[in-house]
Design a protein around this ligand. Structure first.
Ligand code: GLP
Length: 242
């Protein structure tokens, strides 16, 4: 695990963008693992800027997102599909038919959908670089505490803490999903490189548990201790308990 501490959140985003740009410019058919949440928004802004400056083309890039809510579809403004369109896909030259999120619509079998997502990743050649944020309770993707370290893409019930943390993004009368389909921890560990971005004081405890705590399902992000190429990009506040 390589931990790099920057002065501020913008430097974290710029560094992550450099990693992504390097991969895309080097590999003929890069496969990106993407994340949602407020943390990677500045990374996506930096990537859009690089694209507009003519430094980066996503033409041959395939992407797989970590997770998606259940019970709302991709046209819902709260869906992670919508988030990705708004923050990245609509502003770059990526072929949208090559952008995937783990979904399970009504009537579909969750087990089959999970296996199919894993298979699709495999067929694409595996994820080259997985972007991650971290929940205040140490979750990655929607792998909440006590998720098996060997887990694969499946449905997870969100914890009350995660629902509370994310409730700021929902209007009072808006439906907030309590279930999500998420890549598993083993799925994430299969990526060749993992870049976890964490900024702000409210992530300091989770970052401490991830980096210096025991390898444990209680802090799902601690599984990155097992990864050969895990790069942790932090601002000073997120690193304040290290
Ligand atoms: C959600 C996402 C995670 C993300 C986390 C933290 O629960 N499923 O992938 O890392 O939120 O989000 P934020 O960056 O907004 O703190």
């Amino acid at each position: 695990m390589q931990v790099i501490i920057f002065d501020d959140a913008q430097q974290v985003a710029d560094s992550a963008a450099q990693w992504v740009a390097e991969l895309i410019n080097k590999k003929p058919n890069p496969v990106l693992g993407l994340a949602t949440g407020s943390t990677p928004i500045s990374l996506y802004k930096a990537l859009v800027n690089k694209h507009k400056a003519g430094e980066l083309s996503f033409k041959n890039t395939t992407s797989f997102n970590l997770d998606e809510y259940l019970g709302i579809d991709g046209t819902n403004v709260q869906s992670y599909r919508h988030f990705m369109n708004e923050n990245l896909f609509d502003h770059v030259d990526i072929d949208k038919s090559q952008t995937f999120l783990p979904t399970c619509n009504q009537g579909e079998n969750p087990r089959e959908q999970g296996l199919a997502y894993e298979e699709k990743i495999k067929q694409a050649g595996g994820v080259d670089l997985q972007i991650l944020g971290i929940g205040a309770n140490g979750h990655i993707g929607f792998n909440e505490p006590t998720s098996s370290l060997a887990s694969r893409t499946r449905i997870k019930t969100l914890t009350q803490q995660t629902l509370d943390d994310n409730s700021r993004l929902f209007a009072a009368d808006e439906f907030q999903p309590t279930l999500a389909m998420t890549m598993g921890i083993a799925t994430i560990l299969d990526a060749r490189y993992v870049i976890l971005m964490a900024t702000g004081k409210n992530k300091a405890k989770a970052v401490k548990d991830m980096v210096t705590g025991a390898l444990s399902a209680v802090c799902p992000a601690s599984a990155l201790q097992l990864h050969e190429n895990a790069i942790i990009l932090l601002d000073k506040e997120a690193a304040s308990e290290l």
